[in-house]
Design a protein around this ligand. Sequence first.
Ligand code: SAM
Length: 362
Amino acid sequence: MSSAPQCLSPPSAAEAFGEHLVSVLNHGALCLTLSIGHRTGLFDHMRDRPPATSGEIAAAAGLNERYVREWLGAMATGGIVKVDADGPRFALPAEHAACLTRAAAADNLAVFAQYIGLLGGVEDTIVAKFRTGGGVGYEHYTRFHEVMAEDSGQSVLSSLESDILPLVPGLTDHLERGIQVLDIGCGSGRILNQLATLYPHSRFTGLDLSTEAIERARAETRATGLGNVEFIQADAAELDRHVAAQQFALITTFDAIHDQADPLGVLTGIHRALESEGIYLMQDIRGSGQIHGDLEHPLGPFLYTISCMHCMPVSLARGGPGLGAMWGDPRARDYLERAGFHDIRVHQLVHDPQNNWYVATR
Ligand SMILES: C[S@@+](CC[C@H](N)C(=O)[O-])C[C@H]1O[C@@H](n2cnc3c(N)ncnc32)[C@H](O)[C@@H]1O
Protein backbone atom coordinates (compact mmCIF):
# COMPACT_ATOMS: atom_id res chain seq x y z
CA MET A 1 0.00 0.00 0.00
CA SER A 2 2.92 2.35 0.60
CA SER A 3 4.21 2.16 -2.97
CA ALA A 4 2.08 3.47 -5.83
CA PRO A 5 1.17 1.00 -8.57
CA GLN A 6 3.58 0.90 -11.53
CA CYS A 7 1.49 1.23 -14.67
CA LEU A 8 1.48 3.11 -17.96
CA SER A 9 0.71 6.48 -16.37
CA PRO A 10 3.61 8.77 -15.52
CA PRO A 11 4.89 7.84 -12.04
CA SER A 12 3.83 11.12 -10.49
CA ALA A 13 0.21 10.68 -11.65
CA ALA A 14 0.18 7.06 -10.47
CA GLU A 15 1.63 8.09 -7.11
CA ALA A 16 -0.91 10.85 -6.72
CA PHE A 17 -3.72 8.43 -7.52
CA GLY A 18 -2.28 5.90 -5.06
CA GLU A 19 -2.33 8.59 -2.37
CA HIS A 20 -5.90 9.43 -3.32
CA LEU A 21 -6.84 5.77 -2.86
CA VAL A 22 -5.13 5.58 0.52
CA SER A 23 -7.17 8.61 1.56
CA VAL A 24 -10.31 6.85 0.27
CA LEU A 25 -9.49 3.80 2.42
CA ASN A 26 -8.97 5.93 5.50
CA HIS A 27 -12.13 7.95 4.98
CA GLY A 28 -14.24 4.89 4.16
CA ALA A 29 -13.08 3.31 7.42
CA LEU A 30 -13.77 6.52 9.32
CA CYS A 31 -17.39 6.54 8.12
CA LEU A 32 -17.94 3.31 10.03
CA THR A 33 -16.35 4.62 13.23
CA LEU A 34 -18.17 7.97 12.89
CA SER A 35 -21.39 5.99 12.71
CA ILE A 36 -20.41 4.09 15.86
CA GLY A 37 -19.57 7.35 17.63
CA HIS A 38 -23.04 8.63 16.78
CA ARG A 39 -24.94 5.47 17.69
CA THR A 40 -23.16 4.90 21.00
CA GLY A 41 -23.52 8.56 21.97
CA LEU A 42 -19.74 8.91 22.34
CA PHE A 43 -19.60 12.20 20.43
CA ASP A 44 -22.39 13.61 22.60
CA HIS A 45 -20.57 12.56 25.76
CA MET A 46 -17.32 14.15 24.57
CA ARG A 47 -18.92 17.47 23.64
CA ASP A 48 -17.85 20.37 25.87
CA ARG A 49 -15.76 18.05 28.04
CA PRO A 50 -12.12 18.61 29.03
CA PRO A 51 -9.52 16.11 27.78
CA ALA A 52 -10.18 12.70 29.33
CA THR A 53 -8.71 9.20 29.30
CA SER A 54 -10.37 6.34 27.46
CA GLY A 55 -11.46 4.98 30.84
CA GLU A 56 -13.11 8.25 31.84
CA ILE A 57 -14.84 8.58 28.45
CA ALA A 58 -16.04 4.97 28.53
CA ALA A 59 -17.34 5.37 32.08
CA ALA A 60 -19.21 8.60 31.20
CA ALA A 61 -20.83 6.90 28.21
CA GLY A 62 -21.48 3.61 30.03
CA LEU A 63 -19.42 1.68 27.47
CA ASN A 64 -16.63 -0.91 27.41
CA GLU A 65 -13.22 0.77 27.82
CA ARG A 66 -11.32 -1.56 25.47
CA TYR A 67 -13.68 -0.84 22.57
CA VAL A 68 -13.73 2.88 23.32
CA ARG A 69 -9.91 3.00 23.38
CA GLU A 70 -9.64 1.36 19.97
CA TRP A 71 -12.36 3.65 18.59
CA LEU A 72 -10.42 6.63 19.96
CA GLY A 73 -7.41 5.36 18.00
CA ALA A 74 -9.40 5.68 14.78
CA MET A 75 -10.78 9.07 15.84
CA ALA A 76 -7.38 10.47 16.81
CA THR A 77 -5.44 9.22 13.79
CA GLY A 78 -8.34 10.35 11.59
CA GLY A 79 -8.20 13.91 12.89
CA ILE A 80 -11.61 13.77 14.54
CA VAL A 81 -10.48 14.03 18.17
CA LYS A 82 -7.33 15.57 19.63
CA VAL A 83 -4.98 13.43 21.73
CA ASP A 84 -2.18 14.41 24.08
CA ALA A 85 0.40 11.99 25.38
CA ASP A 86 -0.47 12.62 29.03
CA GLY A 87 -2.79 9.79 29.96
CA PRO A 88 -3.27 9.73 27.00
CA ARG A 89 -6.20 12.16 27.06
CA PHE A 90 -8.69 12.75 24.27
CA ALA A 91 -10.90 15.74 23.46
CA LEU A 92 -13.47 16.58 20.81
CA PRO A 93 -12.79 20.15 19.63
CA ALA A 94 -15.84 22.44 19.72
CA GLU A 95 -15.66 23.01 15.96
CA HIS A 96 -15.80 19.23 15.41
CA ALA A 97 -18.66 18.81 17.90
CA ALA A 98 -20.52 21.37 15.79
CA CYS A 99 -20.68 18.78 12.95
CA LEU A 100 -20.89 15.51 14.90
CA THR A 101 -23.26 15.75 17.86
CA ARG A 102 -27.00 15.71 18.35
CA ALA A 103 -26.70 19.27 19.68
CA ALA A 104 -25.51 20.21 16.17
CA ALA A 105 -29.05 19.39 14.99
CA ALA A 106 -29.22 19.89 11.21
CA ASP A 107 -25.43 19.97 10.86
CA ASN A 108 -24.74 16.54 12.38
CA LEU A 109 -22.92 14.77 9.53
CA ALA A 110 -22.42 11.61 11.62
CA VAL A 111 -26.06 10.78 10.84
CA PHE A 112 -25.17 10.36 7.15
CA ALA A 113 -22.11 8.23 7.92
CA GLN A 114 -24.59 5.57 9.07
CA TYR A 115 -25.54 4.85 5.45
CA ILE A 116 -22.12 3.30 4.80
CA GLY A 117 -22.54 0.59 7.44
CA LEU A 118 -26.17 0.12 6.44
CA LEU A 119 -25.18 -0.49 2.82
CA GLY A 120 -22.33 -2.78 3.88
CA GLY A 121 -25.03 -5.06 5.28
CA VAL A 122 -26.31 -5.80 1.75
CA GLU A 123 -22.97 -5.95 -0.05
CA ASP A 124 -23.06 -9.74 -0.57
CA THR A 125 -26.57 -9.53 -2.00
CA ILE A 126 -25.67 -6.63 -4.28
CA VAL A 127 -22.55 -8.43 -5.54
CA ALA A 128 -24.75 -11.39 -6.46
CA LYS A 129 -27.12 -9.05 -8.34
CA PHE A 130 -24.21 -7.68 -10.38
CA ARG A 131 -24.04 -11.21 -11.85
CA THR A 132 -27.72 -12.09 -12.09
CA GLY A 133 -29.45 -8.71 -12.35
CA GLY A 134 -32.68 -8.12 -10.47
CA GLY A 135 -33.36 -6.12 -7.38
CA VAL A 136 -33.09 -6.16 -3.59
CA GLY A 137 -36.23 -5.52 -1.54
CA TYR A 138 -36.52 -2.95 1.23
CA GLU A 139 -36.73 -5.75 3.81
CA HIS A 140 -33.02 -6.51 3.29
CA TYR A 141 -31.90 -3.10 4.56
CA THR A 142 -31.58 -3.31 8.33
CA ARG A 143 -32.16 0.04 10.06
CA PHE A 144 -33.18 1.78 6.81
CA HIS A 145 -36.29 3.49 8.20
CA GLU A 146 -34.48 4.46 11.42
CA VAL A 147 -31.60 6.11 9.56
CA MET A 148 -33.88 7.68 6.96
CA ALA A 149 -35.99 9.23 9.73
CA GLU A 150 -32.85 10.71 11.28
CA ASP A 151 -31.68 11.93 7.87
CA SER A 152 -34.89 13.73 6.88
CA GLY A 153 -35.44 14.71 10.52
CA GLN A 154 -32.34 16.85 10.07
CA SER A 155 -32.34 17.81 6.42
CA VAL A 156 -36.07 18.52 6.03
CA LEU A 157 -37.50 19.23 9.49
CA SER A 158 -34.85 21.81 10.33
CA SER A 159 -35.78 23.97 7.34
CA LEU A 160 -39.47 23.11 6.93
CA GLU A 161 -40.81 26.43 8.17
CA SER A 162 -37.90 28.67 7.22
CA ASP A 163 -37.16 27.47 3.66
CA ILE A 164 -39.40 24.68 2.38
CA LEU A 165 -42.99 25.80 2.97
CA PRO A 166 -42.21 29.32 1.63
CA LEU A 167 -41.34 27.70 -1.73
CA VAL A 168 -45.10 27.58 -2.38
CA PRO A 169 -46.53 31.11 -2.38
CA GLY A 170 -49.41 31.48 0.09
CA LEU A 171 -49.11 27.92 1.39
CA THR A 172 -48.70 28.73 5.07
CA ASP A 173 -51.86 30.90 4.97
CA HIS A 174 -53.80 27.98 3.47
CA LEU A 175 -52.37 25.61 6.05
CA GLU A 176 -53.35 28.01 8.84
CA ARG A 177 -56.92 28.18 7.55
CA GLY A 178 -57.17 24.42 7.00
CA ILE A 179 -56.54 22.23 3.94
CA GLN A 180 -56.08 18.52 3.25
CA VAL A 181 -52.51 17.36 2.75
CA LEU A 182 -51.13 14.01 1.61
CA ASP A 183 -47.48 12.87 1.97
CA ILE A 184 -46.57 9.84 -0.16
CA GLY A 185 -43.69 7.58 0.85
CA CYS A 186 -43.94 9.28 4.23
CA GLY A 187 -41.52 6.87 5.92
CA SER A 188 -41.57 7.26 9.69
CA GLY A 189 -43.89 10.26 9.38
CA ARG A 190 -41.80 12.84 11.20
CA ILE A 191 -42.36 15.54 8.58
CA LEU A 192 -46.12 15.02 8.54
CA ASN A 193 -46.39 14.87 12.33
CA GLN A 194 -44.47 18.13 12.50
CA LEU A 195 -46.82 19.75 9.97
CA ALA A 196 -49.84 18.44 11.87
CA THR A 197 -48.48 20.01 15.05
CA LEU A 198 -47.84 23.34 13.35
CA TYR A 199 -51.20 23.52 11.57
CA PRO A 200 -54.02 22.12 13.74
CA HIS A 201 -56.78 23.30 11.35
CA SER A 202 -55.42 21.23 8.45
CA ARG A 203 -55.78 17.47 8.01
CA PHE A 204 -52.80 15.31 7.08
CA THR A 205 -52.58 11.83 5.57
CA GLY A 206 -49.33 9.87 5.22
CA LEU A 207 -49.00 6.82 3.00
CA ASP A 208 -46.14 4.34 2.86
CA LEU A 209 -45.63 0.80 1.63
CA SER A 210 -43.67 -0.23 4.70
CA THR A 211 -45.46 -1.63 7.74
CA GLU A 212 -42.45 -0.76 9.90
CA ALA A 213 -42.44 2.86 8.73
CA ILE A 214 -46.19 3.25 9.28
CA GLU A 215 -45.95 1.75 12.77
CA ARG A 216 -43.17 4.19 13.62
CA ALA A 217 -45.25 7.09 12.27
CA ARG A 218 -48.37 6.08 14.19
CA ALA A 219 -46.38 5.62 17.40
CA GLU A 220 -45.10 9.19 17.15
CA THR A 221 -48.63 10.45 16.44
CA ARG A 222 -49.94 8.65 19.54
CA ALA A 223 -47.08 9.97 21.67
CA THR A 224 -47.81 13.54 20.62
CA GLY A 225 -51.61 13.16 20.92
CA LEU A 226 -52.25 14.60 17.46
CA GLY A 227 -55.83 14.25 16.16
CA ASN A 228 -55.40 15.69 12.66
CA VAL A 229 -53.09 13.11 11.08
CA GLU A 230 -53.54 9.53 9.90
CA PHE A 231 -51.20 7.02 8.30
CA ILE A 232 -52.11 4.42 5.69
CA GLN A 233 -50.00 1.40 4.81
CA ALA A 234 -50.47 1.07 1.03
CA ASP A 235 -48.82 1.06 -2.36
CA ALA A 236 -48.68 4.57 -3.83
CA ALA A 237 -49.14 3.06 -7.29
CA GLU A 238 -52.69 2.18 -6.16
CA LEU A 239 -53.46 5.59 -4.71
CA ASP A 240 -57.00 5.81 -6.11
CA ARG A 241 -57.98 2.78 -4.01
CA HIS A 242 -57.22 4.74 -0.85
CA VAL A 243 -57.99 8.42 -1.52
CA ALA A 244 -60.63 10.24 -3.55
CA ALA A 245 -59.97 12.13 -6.78
CA GLN A 246 -59.28 15.83 -6.20
CA GLN A 247 -59.20 15.33 -2.43
CA PHE A 248 -56.03 17.26 -1.57
CA ALA A 249 -54.86 20.86 -1.89
CA LEU A 250 -51.26 19.82 -1.33
CA ILE A 251 -49.42 16.55 -1.95
CA THR A 252 -45.79 16.11 -0.99
CA THR A 253 -43.08 13.53 -1.60
CA PHE A 254 -39.76 13.76 0.16
CA ASP A 255 -37.11 11.66 -1.57
CA ALA A 256 -39.72 9.11 -2.62
CA ILE A 257 -40.20 9.12 -6.42
CA HIS A 258 -36.93 7.98 -7.99
CA ASP A 259 -37.01 4.61 -6.19
CA GLN A 260 -40.61 3.78 -7.13
CA ALA A 261 -41.48 0.66 -9.09
CA ASP A 262 -44.02 2.70 -11.09
CA PRO A 263 -42.89 6.32 -10.88
CA LEU A 264 -45.16 7.55 -13.66
CA GLY A 265 -48.15 5.71 -12.20
CA VAL A 266 -47.50 7.27 -8.79
CA LEU A 267 -47.13 10.76 -10.27
CA THR A 268 -50.29 10.33 -12.33
CA GLY A 269 -52.14 9.22 -9.19
CA ILE A 270 -50.84 12.30 -7.35
CA HIS A 271 -52.10 14.50 -10.18
CA ARG A 272 -55.53 12.84 -9.97
CA ALA A 273 -55.75 13.19 -6.19
CA LEU A 274 -55.04 16.94 -6.27
CA GLU A 275 -57.86 19.41 -6.41
CA SER A 276 -57.97 21.84 -9.34
CA GLU A 277 -54.86 24.09 -9.15
CA GLY A 278 -53.63 21.98 -6.22
CA ILE A 279 -49.89 21.91 -5.59
CA TYR A 280 -47.45 19.02 -5.69
CA LEU A 281 -44.19 19.61 -3.78
CA MET A 282 -41.54 17.06 -4.73
CA GLN A 283 -38.14 16.87 -3.05
CA ASP A 284 -35.84 14.64 -5.06
CA ILE A 285 -32.12 14.13 -5.49
CA ARG A 286 -30.26 16.74 -7.52
CA GLY A 287 -28.44 15.35 -10.52
CA SER A 288 -27.77 16.39 -14.09
CA GLY A 289 -29.06 13.15 -15.59
CA GLN A 290 -25.62 12.45 -17.13
CA ILE A 291 -22.70 10.88 -15.30
CA HIS A 292 -20.28 13.29 -16.94
CA GLY A 293 -22.50 16.17 -15.83
CA ASP A 294 -22.23 15.09 -12.20
CA LEU A 295 -18.44 15.08 -11.94
CA GLU A 296 -18.42 18.30 -9.88
CA HIS A 297 -21.41 17.29 -7.72
CA PRO A 298 -20.29 17.80 -4.10
CA LEU A 299 -21.92 14.49 -3.10
CA GLY A 300 -21.48 12.58 -6.36
CA PRO A 301 -19.74 9.38 -5.13
CA PHE A 302 -21.91 9.24 -2.00
CA LEU A 303 -25.19 9.56 -3.92
CA TYR A 304 -24.23 7.21 -6.77
CA THR A 305 -23.15 4.62 -4.18
CA ILE A 306 -26.43 4.89 -2.28
CA SER A 307 -28.27 4.68 -5.58
CA CYS A 308 -26.33 1.62 -6.76
CA MET A 309 -26.79 -0.21 -3.47
CA HIS A 310 -30.30 0.93 -2.48
CA CYS A 311 -32.44 3.27 -4.62
CA MET A 312 -31.99 1.40 -7.89
CA PRO A 313 -32.24 -2.16 -6.45
CA VAL A 314 -35.42 -1.46 -4.42
CA SER A 315 -37.17 -0.30 -7.58
CA LEU A 316 -35.88 -3.25 -9.62
CA ALA A 317 -37.01 -5.66 -6.87
CA ARG A 318 -40.63 -4.68 -7.50
CA GLY A 319 -40.34 -4.82 -11.29
CA GLY A 320 -39.61 -1.11 -11.64
CA PRO A 321 -37.32 0.77 -14.02
CA GLY A 322 -34.59 1.36 -11.39
CA LEU A 323 -34.28 5.06 -12.22
CA GLY A 324 -31.74 5.51 -9.45
CA ALA A 325 -31.24 8.51 -7.20
CA MET A 326 -29.27 10.35 -9.90
CA TRP A 327 -32.10 10.16 -12.47
CA GLY A 328 -31.57 13.88 -12.95
CA ASP A 329 -33.50 17.06 -13.40
CA PRO A 330 -34.45 16.66 -17.12
CA ARG A 331 -35.98 13.25 -16.50
CA ALA A 332 -37.77 14.43 -13.36
CA ARG A 333 -39.37 17.30 -15.29
CA ASP A 334 -40.30 14.93 -18.12
CA TYR A 335 -42.06 12.58 -15.70
CA LEU A 336 -43.94 15.49 -14.10
CA GLU A 337 -45.09 16.75 -17.50
CA ARG A 338 -46.16 13.30 -18.62
CA ALA A 339 -48.19 12.95 -15.41
CA GLY A 340 -50.08 16.10 -16.42
CA PHE A 341 -48.49 18.83 -14.31
CA HIS A 342 -48.01 22.34 -15.63
CA ASP A 343 -46.10 25.33 -14.28
CA ILE A 344 -43.25 23.16 -12.97
CA ARG A 345 -40.70 25.19 -11.03
CA VAL A 346 -37.48 23.87 -9.57
CA HIS A 347 -35.84 25.43 -6.54
CA GLN A 348 -32.56 24.81 -4.77
CA LEU A 349 -31.94 25.61 -1.13
CA VAL A 350 -28.56 27.09 -0.19
CA HIS A 351 -27.99 24.72 2.71
CA ASP A 352 -29.04 21.62 0.74
CA PRO A 353 -26.70 20.58 -2.13
CA GLN A 354 -28.33 17.14 -2.26
CA ASN A 355 -31.85 17.98 -3.45
CA ASN A 356 -33.98 19.80 -5.96
CA TRP A 357 -37.38 21.08 -4.82
CA TYR A 358 -40.08 20.94 -7.49
CA VAL A 359 -43.31 22.89 -7.15
CA ALA A 360 -45.82 21.73 -9.77
CA THR A 361 -49.42 22.78 -10.31
CA ARG A 362 -52.21 20.39 -11.28
C1 SAM B 1 -36.15 7.30 0.74
S1 SAM B 1 -37.50 6.93 1.73
C2 SAM B 1 -38.11 8.52 2.20
C3 SAM B 1 -38.99 8.49 3.42
C4 SAM B 1 -39.52 9.85 3.89
N1 SAM B 1 -40.23 10.56 2.85
C5 SAM B 1 -38.43 10.70 4.44
O1 SAM B 1 -38.03 11.66 3.79
O2 SAM B 1 -37.97 10.39 5.55
C6 SAM B 1 -38.69 6.38 0.54
C7 SAM B 1 -39.96 5.90 1.19
O3 SAM B 1 -40.88 5.55 0.15
C8 SAM B 1 -41.56 4.37 0.53
N2 SAM B 1 -42.06 3.71 -0.69
C9 SAM B 1 -41.35 3.14 -1.68
N3 SAM B 1 -42.17 2.65 -2.62
C10 SAM B 1 -43.43 2.93 -2.22
C11 SAM B 1 -44.72 2.69 -2.77
N4 SAM B 1 -44.88 2.08 -3.93
N5 SAM B 1 -45.79 3.10 -2.08
C12 SAM B 1 -45.67 3.75 -0.90
N6 SAM B 1 -44.47 4.01 -0.33
C13 SAM B 1 -43.37 3.60 -0.98
C14 SAM B 1 -40.52 3.56 1.29
O4 SAM B 1 -41.08 2.59 2.14
C15 SAM B 1 -39.78 4.66 2.05
O5 SAM B 1 -40.34 4.89 3.31
